[in-house]
Structure formats: C-alpha cells, structure tokens
Write a protein that binds this ligand. Sequence first.
Ligand code: SF4
Length: 617
Amino acid sequence: MAITKTNFINYSRCPRYVALADLKKEKLKSMISLEEYRKEEEEEIIREVLGDMYDEAGNDLIDVRNEHLEVMMPYYGMVELLAGFLAPKYFSGTFKYSASTLAQESFDCVIDNIRYLCYVDIYNETDNAFNIIEAKATTTNKFLSLGVKDDGKFNSIFTKGSDGVYRLLEDAGLNVEDFMPLKKYEFNRSKLFNRFGEAGHYVYDLAVQRYILENDLKANGEVDKIPLIKYYLAVLNGDYVFDGKYEHGEPLYETDKNGNDIICFIDLTSVTKDYMDKIDLDRKRVAGYIDDLNGDEFPLGEYCEKKKTTCCKFCKVCWSKLPEINSIMAYLDGHHGFKDKEGRKYSRFELINDGYLSMLDVPESMLNREKNVIQRRVVETNKPYINVDKIRDGFKELKYPIYHLDFETFPCPLPRYKGEKCYTQSVFQFSLHIEREPGVCDKEKDHYGFLAPDHLDRREELVKLMCELIGDSGTVLVYNDSFEKTRLKELADIFPEYRNKLLKIRDNIFDLMNIVKTKTSLYESLGYDKKDAMMFNYYASSMNGSFSIKKILPIFSDLTYKGMEIGNGVEALVTYASFPKMDKLNFEHKYEKLVEYCKQDTWAMFVVLEGLKATVK
Ligand code: SF4
C-alpha cells in the first residue's frame, strides 16, 4: 500500500476516515462481500453510510467538484512558479521546480510494509546537502501575526534576517525577552504545532514532508545529510503592492516600491525538527487504522474541521446524525462551551458525543448565556424574539434617501490591478437600490449597478458610476458594514480623484445587521445599558444561529435564493472568474444571471427593512 502526503494528513484525522475512504473506493465489492466481514446488524449501518455518500442516482456526494477550487487553481499554480522563480535571489545552488507534480523531486520510504511518498515544490541543491521549499498560496500574515502587542507596537515571533528570510527570533540568535515575555513567545510558538490552526496547518504539511524525506535518507544510508537540510515555506507576501506593470498582458510581479517581493520564505527547520516524534506517532496511528479498517462511528472533534475549507470530506456522513436545523451547533458563542450546575465545563464536541445533538437536548440549566436561553425558548415555542424598542430606535438612525448597496468581489491570490495586494477583495460588481422615501422603491426601476464584463481593470468605471449615483446625504445601507467600508477605503486610496466622495459614502454607511443583530456601541449611545445593548434584537427559529441576510429574507417574504442559477457569493465569484472562458451565448446568459443575483441582494435589504418595520409598527 502507498500513501501520499495528502493521504497521510487525512488518514491521521481519525480511524473512521481510512475505513470510509476504503469503503467508498470499494463500493461495489463492499456491498457484495458484506457478510464476509461484517455482522448482520452492521450491514444496515454500512448501507446507511453509503447512502450518505451516493444519492439515489449513484452520484458521488463526497468527492464533489469544487468549482471554487478549480477557478483558483491556475493562481495557486502561479504561486509555485513565482516561488521557484524568486528562490535563487534568496538561496544559492541549483533548483528543481515544476508546475507538474510528476516533474518535481520526490522522496519515499517504506515502514512496516506501507510506502509513504511526497513531492517537493522546490528542491534546492546546495554544495553538501539541499533545501526543501514548499510553496503555499497563503500569506505571511498568518505567521507574522503570531506575536504580542506592547505599547502600541506589535512584535512577531518571526523576524526577517539580513538574507531576507523570516525565521523564529530564537533561530535568528536574538534574545526573545527583548521582544516579549518568554511565556508569551512560547504560547505563540505552540500555535505552529496545532495542525488544525491557521499557520499550524501548513507547518504540519511541511513536517510530514520532512518525516518521509528523513526516512528515505536513513534507508539509503545518507543519515549524515539529515542535519544539513533546511525546510522552508514559500508564501505570498502580505505587504506586497502590485505596481500595475504588465508584460504581454500578464502582470509583472517585480519588487514593489517598498522593496517587497511577492513571495517570502520562512525557515521552519527547527519547528519541523521538534515535530518528528509527533509525526512518528501519527504514522503509527495511521498504520493501525489501516490494519483495523474500523468504520464504526467515531467521536466528532476538531479533526473533522467542520465549516472550514479543510473540512473532512466525510462530514456529510459522520455529521448527518445532527439535525440540519437547530442542532447544538446553532447556539451562539457555543464554541466557548457549556457549564453544568456544578460548574463543570463541557465543549460542544463533548456534548455531541454524549448524545446532545439538538438545541433542545441541552438542558436549560447548562445554558449560561442569556442569548442561548432566548434561542432555546424561540425554538421551543416557534415564536420569534423581538425587541421592539431597540428595532424602532435603530430605524431612527436611517435618513432618506436610502441607498441599499452591495459589492461582489474576487479575492484573487495574486494581485491583478495596480494598488492591489495578494487576496485583495477586488470589486467587480456593485448593486444599488435607491429608496427615495420610506417604502418607495421599485425592484426594477430603482435598481442600478455595474458588472465588469471581463477581467480588464474596470474599477474606475465602477467607482465613477457609483459616485454619480449615490448622493451626499441620506443613508448608505449595507449588510455587514466592515466589508463594504474596507472596500471603499481601499478604492479611495487607489483613486485619489474620487477619494473624498468615496469616503463620504463610507461615512454615510449604516449596517442593517445592527438593527437585527445589534451593535453594542450604537445601542449604548442610544441610552441602553450594556447588557441590553449586547443582546440581539430579532431572532427566529429558522435563522439557525445565523444573522446572514439569506437566513432572514425568507422570514419577511417568499423571496428565496434557492433555485437561482447563481444563488450565493461563491457561485457569483466562480461565474465572474469564468467569464474569459465562456463563448458569447453562455457569457450573455451568465452575465444576466449574475446581475439578477446581485440585484436580489440589495432588494433583499429593502424587503427585510420593510418586514422589520411592519413587525414593530
Ligand atoms: S468527519 Fe470527523 S469523524 Fe468522520 S471521518 Fe472525518 S474526521 Fe473522522
């Protein structure tokens, strides 16, 4: 049996993963030979499990096409090539890298009859050894943000050396205590060892690589090389600003005016060394799981990575025991856990694995947050919670005309236009409904907008039209204001000619979510005490622990996103990203659907506002 690095990372999640992966691969065989290795009563369980993996028509529900990933793949591939291109500036020797995995350097080892193998993104051969460089389409921010703020100054646990490479303070020969207390340094460093954490996720990957490589060298009698090898991550530079130069129509990522390259290298040699014993234990666990192939239910945990992009692909199977709506996961702030009468704290996972699956399974005595008590009551009675006074007072903040505004953006890993950074949320569409007087707005006649028809830099056209349409007085109503406010500030910095107007629009923003979910500072300024100001203003059972507009809209209308050809932000992004590949007919059709989707977003705000008004009239 052979296991790649990616399989190793998944197989080591839990014993059930290996068994389910095997069961899925062997679907037909498993169904035929069930009696051979399963007791009769287990047969039904396996059928149920397979039922969650395939629908009635036999369509695969686990390995579904990830269109989001597909449109991002060319950019991820470019990150690897840019890292390979820039590596000689930071390292000496020869380099081997390729967009094709098969052309990359590879290592493998056999331990207890299992073969482990990995490919190296950038193999850098030096005089007496080599460096391993893994390219990741993430940014330096995840690593450099590990640190401590002191007297307004932030000190990271990483520092940039004279060679331009980032390394831990201790590895750079610096006295850690000159930067932060040792305890805080160790606490932040320990996050690199949390394989399910933001930065730790990438470090674990590199450590598995190191483990396979070292065992390969040991098997080939090259043990003396081991201490000479260094391990790096190549990641996107969070400070890099694209200057807008192109060659043959493609962005030219030269060093920016502040001296930043688009890729940074982080030396994780000492961290991955400290990881080796842990990886060896994980390897033994994986070997045991493969031997046992035990597909029995396994406690749910952090390793499922539910709701993360790295979510285990079998969540559909294992998490199906939780009700789809109003499960324990719908309790707001539930990640802080729950306490029993004796003050013993339980995590959500502990409760789930003890059989507390729905909101109502959790005894009221364990609900220590008032908001959770209200949520429970709402679900029990199926009657919404409404704080009439707070909602009415929120309305008083609105001034007419109301400009209902929404942006669609493309968070491209590589900046595409002048002034953008890596993963800038590049605005390609805005939708605007103008409500000139209270309740007076027509879905079609009062709708305006802009949608970039291609991938050329259309930002100025978009900004110009938006500035012409939105007046200086009135309220600019958005849903979840930090997103729109940040985009407007970024555009103001890029287009000085429109700066004042864009900042004016930003100043006039009011967040409709404040009226639904509350905003403590707003309601405190309106005279509410802190406790009242913090409590949400509206909650209905169907919201399922979420204040997203898509959850709130159906409460006030029969409008729905279900059935729309483009029905969520990811589909919008994927459609825009695919424009250049579409033929004329398909493009025109998708363009229209995208306009329709964005129009629905701002119309939804008008409808929700009207609905709330009617509710507290
Ligand atoms: S969803 Fe969780 S319990 Fe199920 S296989 Fe994945 S990691 Fe294991």
